[in-house]
Design a protein around this ligand. Structure first.
Ligand SMILES: Cc1cc2nc3c(=O)[nH]c(=O)nc-3n(C[C@H](O)[C@H](O)[C@H](O)COP(=O)(O)OP(=O)(O)OC[C@H]3O[C@@H](n4cnc5c(N)ncnc54)[C@H](O)[C@@H]3O)c2cc1C
Ligand code: FES
Ligand code: FES
Length: 487
């Protein structure tokens, strides 16, 4: 039987915080600004888009203390047990010298109205701690989730490039204090389940996946929360109650990344950032795609497990994972079952998941010999945007003909869905433009996309068809030849 602790404990800058009561919906930003009157972190959008609320959260991950940027506006306080929260107030003492990041921003005129500035400073700080000599691209990635509406990004990027001219990482307080903070967090992580409050204000942080199985089976109407990059918006935009909230994002045995029989197995609580190296080293075709999921703050919190579990028709990971033949492990109590990912999505908002059952892991097989694979994301803007259409393709060509093919799209139907009629129109035929052109009409059998704020139905259909043309050009080398010809 897991021991229960009735207090949530974390470190906020240099102070210990102990809470024995907490609304399940309390966001970190409201806690900072309203409860603690720490108004340095700003609220711009309250939906994870602008980055004005960015703070650093330090957690013990696989034995290491890792600080990552997160959007405080959609981060629940209930997710912070045994963490070190660092806000912009911690960067320099009142009337003390500015932190190197802040001084660089001042000297390079990186701030005008200043509303975005605390968030930008924290994003640059998070980057600089890990990379003291960033390239322009590194800075752009770090700032993918930060909007500035008046300064323009050139001065901010110049500031980001020059931080090390104002101080060294080794002398930075968070680095100097690393061992003592790590020891304090280890002491806070006592292996107990955290349980606070009642009814809609009940917050539960299970101690392990076995404990989660027990808690969720007993509370099947509770809301599982991993990175809260979806659930956060249910609260800030739709004022929904989420209690009892069951926070699973910090359960160590849901953080595994490993190999099982040659396949990659990723635990349900692994974030996009933590999965990136394993995914992109095995499937380098996903490198650009991966960096376009959300912005840095969203990738630091959001999980692949929840991207699957939420069943969204425009979630980015299902199309490539379906095409790669992934399966998921579902668990209820002690009972586990494996489901092919493409069978998990039944209808809009309906997945093959029972009350009290949760996604434990996703397993992704390697590409077979001679298989070619690609995944494309179409959005209105490059960074921090949800797909209008997301298409994934895998083909095996033998003796010039299509020996095997799998195609799946997001944004084209009520669920992520395979293009089985298009696949049938390609199978066994020569892998040529003529075959592809002849197969395009089959899209209408597979998909009747909708018009919404992201794209019209016509735009979606034409984009999806063009992506197949693109895949052909890329896999045959014809695209490169055409580019050379035009050049
Ligand atoms: C600014 C912004 C940008 C975004 N950009 C993208 C994008 O580019 N592409 C994209 O696909 N998505 C995007 N999203 C959506 C979101 O980040 C993803 O869907 C993410 O994967 C959700 O993960 P999470 O851990 O934060 O989920 P949470 O919000 O914690 O949970 C989401 C849902 O999954 C359920 N759940 C969580 N874990 C499990 C589990 N193990 N088993 C069963 N149910 C579970 C929860 O109960 C909830 O219903 C964006 C969101 C924001 C705010
Ligand atoms: S306030 Fe905009 S991301 Fe948090
Ligand atoms: S300085 Fe005004 S929004 Fe960035």
């Amino acid at each position: 039987m897991t021991e229960v602790r009735g207090q949530l404990r974390f470190i906020l800058n240099d102070r210990d915080v102990v809470l024995d009561n907490l609304p399940a919906t309390r966001t970190l930003l409201d806690f900072l600004r309203l409860d603690r009157r720490m108004t340095g972190s700003k609220e711009g959008c309250a939906e994870g888009d602008c980055g004005a609320c960015t703070v650093l959260v330090g957690r013990l991950k696989r034995g290491q203390l890792v600080y990552e940027t997160v959007n405080a506006c959609i981060c629940f306080v209930g997710s912070l047990d045994a963490t070190h929260v660092v806000t912009v107030e911690h960067l320099s003492a009142a009337n003390g010298p500015l932190h190197p990041v802040q001084q660089a921003m001042v000297d390079h005129h990186g701030s005008q109205c200043g509303f975005c500035t605390p968030g930008i400073v924290m994003s640059l700080y998070g980057m600089w701690m890990q990379n003291a000599d960033p390239s322009v691209n590194d800075i752009e990635v770090a700032l993918q989730g930060n909007l500035c509406r008046c300064t323009g990004y050139a001065p901010i990027i110049k500031a980001g490039k020059s931080i090390s001219a104002y101080g060294t990482v080794v002398a930075d307080p968070l680095i100097v204090e690393r061992q003592s903070i790590k020891a304090r967090l280890q002491a806070l992580k006592d292996g107990k389940r955290v349980e606070l409050g009642e009814d809609k204000d009940r917050v539960i942080v299970p101690a392990s996946s076995d404990d989660l199985a027990e808690v969720y089976a007993a509370n099947p109407t509770g809301t599982l929360v991993a990175g809260a990059t979806d659930v956060g918006l249910w609260v800030t935009k739709f004022m929904r109650d989420i209690g009892p909230m069951i926070f699973i994002g910090d359960i160590a045995d849901l953080h595994g990344i490993g190999e099982v029989d040659g396949a990659l197995r990723i635990g349900a609580a692994v974030t996009y950032s933590d999965a990136e190296a394993a995914i992109t080293s095995r499937y380098p075709q996903l490198a650009t795609f991966w960096s376009r999921i959300g912005g840095q703050q969203v990738r630091n919190a959001g999980t692949i497990g929840a991207n699957i579990a939420n069943g969204s028709p425009i979630g980015d990971t299902p199309p490539p994972l379906i095409v790669l033949g992934a399966s998921i492990t579902l668990r209820k109590g002690d009972v586990r079952r494996e489901v092919k990912l493409e069978d998990f999505f039944i209808a809009y908002g309906k997945q093959d998941r029972q009350p009290g059952e949760f996604v434990e892991a996703v397993t992704i097989p390697p590409l077979g010999e001679g298989e070619q694979f690609a995944c494309y994301k179409i959005t209105k803007r490059r960074d921090e945007d949800i797909s209008s259409v997301c298409g994934a393709f895998r083909v095996k060509v033998e003796a010039g003909a299509v020996a095997d093919v799998c195609i799946a799209f997001g944004g084209m139907a009520a669920t992520p869905k395979r293009a089985k009629t298009v696949e049938a129109a390609l199978l066994g035929k020569p892998w040529t433009a003529a075959t592809v052109e002849a197969a395009l009409s089959a899209y209408a059998e597979d998909y009747q996309p909708i018009t919404d704020m992201r794209a019209s139905a016509e735009y979606r259909m034409v984009s999806a068809q063009n992506l197949l043309r693109r895949f052909l050009l890329e896999t045959t080398g014809e695209g490169e030849r055409l580019v050379r010809e035009v050049a």
